[in-house]
Design a protein around this ligand. Sequence first.
Ligand SMILES: Cc1ncc(COP(=O)(O)O)c(C=O)c1O
Length: 397
Amino acid sequence: MFENIKSADPDPILGLTEKFNLDQRLNKINLSVGVYQDSYGETPTFDVVRNAEKLLLNNASTKSYKPIIGDEEFGLLVKNLVLGKIITKQRGNTAKTIHTPGGTGALRVVMDYFSKFHKDSVFWISKPSWPNHKQITNASNLNFNEYSYFNFEENGLDFNNMLNDLSRIKRGDVVLLHGCCHNPTGVDLNQSQWETISDLLLDKKAIPLIDFAYQGFGDGINEDSEGLRKIVQKNQESIICSSFSKNFGLYSERVGALTVLCSENILLENVISQMKVCIRSNYSNPPSHGGDIVKLILSDSTMRKEWEKELNQIRNRMKNMRNDLVLKLQKFNSKKDFSFIKSQRGMFSMSGLNLEQVKELRENYAIYIVDSGRINIAGINSNNIDRLSESIVSVIS
Ligand SMILES: Cc1ncc(COP(=O)(O)O)c(C=O)c1O
């Protein structure tokens, strides 16, 4: 039976990392990966996470299962983190947060649920977007459409075309928005654009699905939630998928959350009960360790402050690297204006480099960037920024 199976295409980004690892050139630079790197090129565990782990290890007495939706306290703490105190209070028991294995797990639960109960809903995904959005939609046998998002010529948001495309959405369709730090472009909506989208979704009776994988990586924990908070204040039915891979550095622990908001508590409980059935037949219940770390840090005021401090340092480093890169490119007399990189947010930047330039950087300069021209800003550091900037200037000349 298995002799008929053809090998699947390798993941384009992970495939690049494999090539990078095999590259023997000593001055190689990897800007393709999707993880944060510090100024030494490491992806370190947060100090506060290590401290939380020590405490957990000393006090742990069981490895018994978590509830299907995780601990109630985890849910309450994360709901507050995502929605803020005011909206959490306003929405009362019409909003609930559950613990999932990463943001990917949260998205999959949502799509499995839609596949079972709202099969005709079309998922609208930004063009471009994180590739897994389409993959999860396909895996759940749902239909998707793309909406314009990024203007590749101008390296900025294509808001008019975005509105134009979204004018075609139907009642019950799902519009997938990135809460902040859009992956791969780094280009986010401003507050008035969030307001406009929020009105449009309300008018069309569509469901907002906010992928919130980078809370705290843009402008701050609360600042990064402002857009989605506008959405949920107007749209009674909304869904948010959070990831704690980046902002707690808990990548391999697989910790995330799913927040569901409905117009009434009874409706919310019905939806959650069906999601529980989806979870039970998928991964059964979430892994405990990462969730316990997040719960402990968010519930302890000292640890929470330490976490916020570490997160601020990460955010500031990425902002500094953006500014430094633009300055260095100017210093090496770039004929192209790269100042748009400074206004992008988070870990990624659509650099404006075309496929030919990306390939030349890889082959002749050992600089690894994904084919679309997306670069991981966190991969830049004081040891590689000069060579990177000089190489970029030479491939665009
Ligand atoms: C936009 C976006 N959404 C969701 C995720 C999922 O993250 P995880 O499943 O590691 O929590 C990522 C991770 O790279 C992402 O970039």
